[in-house]
Design a protein around this ligand. Structure first.
Ligand code: PHE
Length: 376
């Protein structure tokens, strides 16, 4: 066989030219793929030529093999180049078709004739908490309002006749009250309206291996009602489980959170020894304020703001986590309480009274969600 272009035999040069023409004619990725498969695929033309090498007379086989390999490299290069060109063109077309006109004026908000809705201060605080803890690597976990007493008490090291069961003014429910999804083998004997968000610590630890970093904002319930207590209120729980977690992590995390949330960079924060059955040691956290004026961050008074501590080894063990390997801290605080303090609201009850005058006054702009860059 005489040598053709680039030292190739005529049949191979012809094959190469045909493939190039096919690639040029392929104007989308689907057509391109047909050419690719028809050339390099299992039953492709080049593959067929390589398979046929065995039938070539021995004295020509070496040259033929070398030509085929060179051709293979060239075709692979051509095919890849065509793919890049087609993908680039497809992207250009999409960018052109989906062009946004950023100079258009925004749609009026609220729409003409309608009243603007707003974000309720409780939702707003939850957004703010989520932004702050989200930046520290926490994700949000949730659990049911109707809990089993094992989740709400037992697993948290609060046994049956422990006084904390009374302290919480628990709403007990009839045995059948728990929704299907919340019931499992751990559930316990009596359904309760959860008295705190701490049962979600347990649900998180039994359902996922450490490391864990969650916050749990949600509704909680206690039989209590006055200017600063409502039978339904909100808490946010925090839980961190990892190796080598110390009280230092707890303190750093909570000091950073409180200063960011109240937007007071030098807010005084005090940790005071306390007791919770599910943490050891336990600490109440206070912030500095002026009791007379209500001003936060100034003055010589202290205001209790949340409960916290190192997760009790027994609680870890109750969830199947080895306390010799894993440690952690937890904290819980009232959402209404920190909202009232941040904004200087005197009374808790209007949170739930749907009084439009109150809502209009305290609601925040739904088009400006809480973020750390804009300031929570
Ligand atoms: N669950 C406690 C309460 O409701 C708060 C708390 C949570 C304390 C986590 C310590 C650790 O009072």
């Amino acid at each position: 066989m005489p040598d053709g272009v680039h030292g190739m035999t005529d049949d191979l040069a012809g094959f190469r030219a045909e493939t190039e023409a096919q690639l040029a004619a392929a104007t989308d990725l689907r057509a391109w793929d047909t050419v690719r498969v028809g050339t390099l695929g299992k039953n492709g033309r080049l593959t067929g030529l390589l398979k046929g090498l065995g039938q070539v007379p021995a004295e020509q086989r070496k040259d033929r093999g070398a030509s085929l390999n060179r051709l293979k490299g060239e075709l692979e290069g051509l095919i890849e180049a065509r793919r890049l060109a087609l993908e680039g063109a497809a992207l250009e077309a999409r960018l052109a078709a989906e062009r946004l006109d950023v100079t258009l004026p925004p749609r009026p908000h609220p729409p003409a004739g309608a009243e603007a809705g707003g974000i309720h201060p409780i939702s707003r605080t939850i957004e703010e908490l989520t932004a702050i803890f989200g930046a520290m690597g926490f994700r949000v976990a949730e659990g049911p309002d109707i809990e089993g007493d094992w989740y709400n008490f037992g697993a948290l090291n609060i046994p049956d006749h422990h006084p904390a069961r009374q302290d919480h003014d628990t709403f007990y429910l009839p045995a059948g009250a728990a929704p299907e999804g919340a019931r499992d083998n751990n559930f316990g004997r009596r359904p309760v309206l959860r008295t705190h968000t701490s049962p979600v610590q347990i649900r998180t630890m039994v359902s996922q291996p450490p490391p864990i970093r969650v916050i749990v904002p949600g509704r909680t319930w206690r039989a209590d009602h006055d200017a600063t207590h409502s039978p339904m209120f909100h808490q946010v729980e925090g839980l961190v489980i990892d190796r080598g977690i110390t009280l230092g992590h707890l303190k750093g995390c909570l000091i950073d959170f409180l200063r960011a949330f109240f937007a007071i960079g030098d807010l005084p924060v005090r940790f005071r020894a306390s007791y919770f059955p599910f943490t050891e040691p336990s600490m109440e956290v206070d912030i500095g304020w002026n009791r007379k004026t209500g001003e936060l961050g100034k003055g010589d008074d202290w205001l209790e703001i949340l409960g916290s501590g190192m997760v009790h080894p027994r609680v870890l063990a109750n969830c199947g986590i080895d306390p010799r390997e894993w440690q952690g801290f937890a904290f819980g605080m009232g959402i209404e309480r920190i909202t009232m303090l941040k904004h200087g609201m005197p009374d808790l009850r209007p949170f739930y009274e749907s009084d439009l005058r109150w809502l209009r006054h305290w609601a925040s702009d739904p088009l400006a969600p809480a973020s750390l860059t804009e300031g929570v």
